[in-house]
Design a protein around this ligand. Structure first.
Ligand SMILES: Cc1cc2nc3c(=O)[nH]c(=O)nc-3n(C[C@H](O)[C@H](O)[C@H](O)COP(=O)(O)OP(=O)(O)OC[C@H]3O[C@@H](n4cnc5c(N)ncnc54)[C@H](O)[C@@H]3O)c2cc1C
Length: 521
């Protein structure tokens, strides 16, 4: 039998064709497909997902206590009310996403176990040709799409980021990254050290505290935390009054984004006051005499990195109960049975968990090419953090740093659907953003303003990410309030969009004109 792999090599395989291919069935891909089906019902589409199930981040991360760090009113979709407590567990999020797939009837359109391994744009056919590895058949197929909607996330899914420390090789215990949590790991009676102080560490520590002898949070730099009830008085009251869940959801979204914007304003206008408030809040939850100055006072301004929310103060309860402790120091070396610190102190450890973050994956590290010429995304300029100069018919969903990711995924979806509809109606076969005469010579800067947002994975990857310019069109603004007005108002006839109306070499030109394309789902 001739395999698809052999057919591709021989150039005899006919690729399956779609108007739109969405890469990724995480929260972004599912939301994007739902809105595509709603707003562009005539377009055929498929969602290609490398994993065997939906959820992306929420499928991959299985460590004890995995939960959201932002509320589900805004981390959930605008179109699907959230009816639970603000902070949700992994299982609750996976269920919510499963329901979203069922609500929109997306199931038949999702190809699980399909990993995109290359994407080449052909100007001749005005389409992307994708090489796709199928895990079920251990084979490779080709697929074609007029438009590519990249919902593949922002970090490497195969491997978390673990710095190399001296002596790691001689350590006789286990070293685990939370992204690769071993099934059935038994920590009973063990001394566990969690390296890191972000949201993942803050989630893991209370979840592990009752399962092991002792858990130590080893951090180089403290993080800002905000603790509170995992409940919202307004949501509770609205629900008590039997207000329709759709209304509760919308009201809560408005409240959450308004509160967040106020907090961001305060971080800029009175950082010292905000710092004192956040640290005071933590102090109140810890025993008298706890060295808050050393362990919970970050050296940077509040909100330069995400403030981790601690529902019901569980991290501080574990510390207060003596089940968890905090060490702020730097690692000198691992030895056979623990970690030696630069201060000379030593931590005994049977298991070390490296909650040290992610490696950024630019466009999923898929090799992209245009008519055979490789694309270097670092040499492109981003149009609003969604599209890229020189790259036709492609959009990327990259969410917010300080607001819930999904708020932006919803906005981007609205824009992409409008763009696809515009192309469909005008018979355009391709579009890409171009620098207009007034944009020529503008200063090009890294993807984000690192004074405003500077998590480690971004700082480590700025040289691989697209550039940003100095006007709103050429930036991912990170400002939800601005973008919630600006993105829906984008003028699709602006010269920033270079459309191509040339007939292309296939059945018909123009988005949605591919009568011969198979409709997915
Ligand atoms: C533990 C944890 C908690 C978080 N909590 C929050 C939170 O509370 N609020 C918030 O705003 N953000 C949070 N984030 C950030 C979070 O990752 C995003 O908000 C969101 O889940 C990203 O969704 P996504 O669909 O864009 O990407 P992902 O969840 O990363 O999903 C991308 C999908 O694309 C698939 N894929 C990738 N490459 C390919 C390929 N080549 N071919 C086929 N498929 C591919 C992947 O398998 C994956 O399923 C959290 C992150 C982590 C790790």
């Amino acid at each position: 039998m001739v395999s698809d792999r052999q057919n591709i090599a021989a150039g005899t395989q006919q690729p399956e064709k779609f108007d739109v291919i969405i890469v990724g069935a995480g929260i972004s891909g599912i939301g994007s497909a739902t809105l595509l089906r709603k707003h562009c019902p005539d377009l055929s589409f498929a969602i290609l997902e490398a994993l065997e199930g939906h959820g992306g981040t929420w499928l991959i991360h299985k460590y004890p206590g995995t939960r959201s760090d932002s509320d589900l009113f805004t981390f959930g979709y605008g179109f699907k009310p959230w009816t639970g407590q603000p902070i949700a567990s992994r299982d609750q999020i996976l269920d919510y996403l499963g329901d979203a797939i069922a609500d929109a009837g997306l199931g038949p359109s999702i190809r699980y176990g399909h990993s995109v391994t290359s994407a080449d744009w052909s100007s001749e056919t005005a389409s992307w040709r994708l090489t796709v590895e199928r895990k079920d058949a251990d084979d490779v197929v080709e697929m074609e799409a007029s438009f590519l909607w990249m919902c593949q996330g922002y970090y490497r899914h195969e491997k978390g980021y673990t710095p190399r420390w001296p002596g790691m090789d001689r350590f006789k215990g286990q070293i685990i990254h939370p992204q690769h949590w071993p099934e059935g790991l038994d920590l009973a009676g063990k001394n566990v050290t969690v390296i890191g102080s972000g949201a993942t560490a803050a989630t893991l520590i209370p979840a592990l505290a009752d399962r092991c002898a002792h858990v130590t949070m080893l951090q180089r730099t403290p993080t800002y935390f905000a603790a509170g009830r995992n409940a919202d008085a307004l949501a509770e009251e609205l629900r008590r009054l039997d207000v329709d869940p759709t209304w509760v959801h919308e009201i809560m979204r408005r409240k959450v984004v308004r509160d967040r914007a106020d907090l961001l304003d305060r971080a800029q206008s009175s950082p010292d006051k905000l710092k004192a408030m956040l640290i005071g809040g933590v102090q109140a939850l810890l025993p008298a005499g706890f060295d808050v100055e050393r362990h919970f006072t970050p050296p940077y301004r509040p909100l330069q990195q995400r403030v981790a929310f601690v529902p019901d103060g569980d991290l501080f309860k574990a510390i207060s109960a003596g089940k968890a402790s905090v060490v702020t120091d730097t690692i000198s070396t691992f030895d056979d049975t623990g970690i030696v610190l630069d201060s000379g102190e030593r931590i005994d450890a049977d298991v070390v968990i490296t909650a040290t973050g992610f490696d950024m994956a630019v466009m999923g590290e898929i090799p992209f090419s245009i008519d055979g010429a490789p694309v270097n995304f670092a040499q492109t300029v981003t149009y609003r953090g969604i599209m890229f100069t020189g790259i036709p018919n492609m959009a990327w969903v990259y969410g917010y740093g300080h607001y819930s990711w999904t708020l932006r995924a919803d906005l981007v979806a609205g824009f992409v659907c409008r763009l696809l509809d515009h192309m469909h109606k005008s018979g355009a076969s391709s579009v890409m953003p171009v620098l207009r005469p007034e944009d020529q010579g503008m200063e090009l800067k890294p993807w984000v303003d690192t004074d405003y947002l500077n998590p480690g994975y971004l700082l480590r990857s700025l040289d691989r990410l697209p550039r940003r310019g100095d006007t709103p069109e050429w930036q991912h603004s990170q400002d939800y309030f601005y973008e919630s007005q600006a993105i829906p108002a984008i003028d699709l006839t602006d010269p920033v969009f270079a459309y191509n109306y040339r007939p292309v070499q296939r059945e018909a030109a123009g988005m949605g004109h591919h009568e011969t394309m198979r409709k997915a789902g």
